[in-house]
Design a binder for this molecule. Structure first.
Ligand code: T5A
Length: 220
């Protein structure tokens, strides 16, 4: 039986996340990943973090508001408050139906931004993950890009910088370092795509990595 013929009821849902620094190009890649999943016969639930639920979107507005000075612990707990709401009301029900959940960022972002960027203990973040999330993504794609190039792309959109985008370059270097360290430590789960390439090549590499994951995931 080919993959496209597999009855939906026999499929297992998977949580797939897309990560990267500022301006890495997640938006375009997400559209392509969703199309690829649907072409392979999967029902897809898309979401984003922070956010993805009404409560989560309210938390996101607070987190990204440049007028709200937040201490690192508050930032971390708000990220997990949004995630807890998302996991219980959207992620787990979708996975239980056998759907694919395609997430624009997930817990790896907390390890990278609050752990790497803010310097909060990785063990604390892992404890929060165990207590309030209870799962890691089944597959993660990291769009890896030089910090300056990413910030230039993000600024080229012309939108005012949010609270996190206003951080110094060193912050984003630490974020990138933490992402790359996680990818090196978990190569089976986290695939790295060179996001400095032209969009078409980034999309091609991302879809190839997704296909390889789906072949493993759907294997009998
Ligand atoms: N955060 C999040 C935490 O600190 N902790 C957490 O736990 C979580 C979950 C919001 C912020 O929250 C932080 C991280 C973030 O600072 P977000 O909404 O994902 O997260 O915000 P951003 O990362 O800021 O998302 P962006 O929209 O800025 O980045 P994208 O989506 O990666 O960038 P995109 O696709 O809009 O591309 C940017 C520009 O570059 C162009 C695009 O056309 C666009 O103009 N572009 C390319 N140009 C040349 N070559 C390519 N290959 C290109 N790809 C895209």
């Amino acid at each position: 039986m080919t993959d496209t013929m597999t009855p939906h009821a026999l499929r297992r849902g998977a949580l797939i996340s897309l990560e990267g620094g500022e301006g890495a190009g997640k938006t375009t890649v997400l559209v392509a990943l969703r199309a690829r999943l649907e072409a392979r016969g999967h029902a897809v639930v898309g979401t984003r973090e922070p956010g993805g639920t009404p409560a989560g979107e309210a938390i996101r507005a607070l987190l990204l508001d440049p007028a709200q000075p937040l201490v690192p612990n508050t930032e971390l707990l708000l990220m997990f408050a949004s995630r807890a709401q998302l996991v219980e009301t959207l992620v787990e029900p979708a996975l239980a139906r056998g759907d694919m959940v395609l997430a624009d960022r997930f817990t790896d972002a907390s390890f990278a931004y609050q752990g790497g960027g803010r310097g909060l203990p990785m063990g604390l973040i892992a404890d929060l993950e165990r207590a309030f999330v209870g799962r890691m993504p089944d597959f993660t794609l990291l769009l890896d890009l030089d910090v300056q190039a990413g910030l230039a792309r993000a600024r080229s959109r012309g939108a005012p910088a949010d609270r996190i985008e206003r951080e110094k370059d060193e912050f984003f270097e630490r974020v990138r370092g933490a992402y790359r360290a996680r990818a090196a430590a978990q190569p089976q789960r986290i695939g790295v795509v060179d996001a400095s390439q032209p969009v078409e090549a980034v999309v091609q590499d991302a879809c190839a990595a997704l296909d390889a994951f789906l072949d493993r995931w759907n294997a009998p």
